[in-house]
Every structure is written in structure tokens, then in C-alpha cells.
Design a protein around this ligand. Sequence first.
Ligand code: PXP
Length: 242
Amino acid sequence: MNKLRLGVNIDHVATIRNARGGAFPDPGRAAMLAADAGADGITAHLREDRRHISDRDIERLRLELYIPLNLEMAATEEMAAIALKHIPHACCIVTEKREERTTEGGIDAAGQHNRLAPIVRALVDAGIRVSMFIEPDKRHLDASKSLGAPVVELHTGAYSEARGAEQERLLEKIREAAAYGAAVGLEIHAGHGLTYENGKPIAAIPEIRELNIGHYLIGEAIFVGLEASIRRMRVLMDEARI
Ligand code: PXP
């Protein structure tokens, strides 16, 4: 089976830094260490309120990182201008609400088609690999395809919070969405709320090409170090593909 890429989201290194307003811990250093530990890419979400990643972080990551940068962003003119200035390898289009603690739901690719279309087109035309962060739903897969985005990232947040039969049901929805999306020619990614445990069944879905994981890996790093936490995830992902 094809190798599954791991994108490490470093937002919460910046969250800890910003708790004291200084320079430490440095998300750039975490990104380099993640790359050395086997991450295939680095993901960073520049939020409208700049609660974790800053404009300067994006500038530095773009200059210093030797693996691909995936810029997560809301579909706003401000963010599109920043993406077009830096031309990261990839942009993941997400919804953003000021009051949310994290990205709570997928983007309404179907309902917001006309608002999203010019932004997606501008990014794609600039050579950026655009992905739409959507709920595992056929409607949003079709809409992402018609927007011209080559990639979708399936939101695994609800799955990762559910338990028992409900979790199994949501896993099946993700499996079906991955199969459908791949069949219509989309590259399939997944992410949000993934851990060593709940990440395994997701990693075993053959159509999924990339997982983006942040909070859990940064949390684990408190106990075992960032390098070890990433290496362990890498091993579990590889084992799930055998
Ligand atoms: N993918 C997307 C699009 C996200 O918004 C996030 C959270 O910023 C993640 C992946 C990573 O989620 P988590 O931090 O829960 O692993």
C-alpha cells in the first residue's frame, strides 16, 4: 500500500510561547525537529486573531523549512494575500469562528461555493496545492471537486470524540467518503483530534494519503519529547498500512 504522509501541526508550540508573550518555545525549532523525526510536512494555522501562529512564524517557516509547509487559513482576502505572498507548498481552507477553541466543523464547500471559488482559483493558479477541510460528506466532496481543489482533508473531529458504536459509524462514513473522493479524482487527507489509538483505523484507510496531527503529538511531547512522540506516530501509521 502507498506510504501515508504525516503532517505535523505546530500551532500549539506557539500557543505555549504566546502564554508568556516571549520567544520560547520556538515553533520554528519544533518544525525542524519534526522534520528530522520523520514528519513529511509541517502544518501551521494562521488564524485571524493570531492566537498561536504569527505572521513572522509563517515568514520564517517559509524561508527555513526544508520540507513542505501547509498553511491552514480561512478563506478571506487577508489570508489569500498572505498565501500569495509566501506561496507555501499547500493551503488548507478551513472555517474559522472567533469564539471557537479549535476548528469546529468542516467548511461548507457546497453552500459557500461562490464565495470560495475566486480564492481557490487564485491559490491554484499560483501553483499552491489547495485542500478543503470538509466533513466526510458526498455533497462537500462534489463541491470541492467542482471548485477545482485537488485535495480534501476529511474532518475527523467528530469521529475522534465519539465512542463505541457511534465511533464505528463515523469511521464508516470517513471510509465511504475517502473511497468516493478518490474515485472522483480527489487526493484524500484526514485530520483533527487524532491520537495513537484512534489514528490507527484512519491510517488503515487505503485512499488516505496524508494525516495532519497536532494537539496530541505536542501534548505527548511533554512526557516523551517531540522527537519520540512523532517517531511513534510514524511507526503506528506505517504499521497500519501493512
Ligand atoms: N487539520 C486541520 C485542518 C485542522 O484545523 C487541525 C487543527 O488545527 C488539524 C488538522 C490538527 O488537529 P489536532 O491539533 O486536533 O491534531
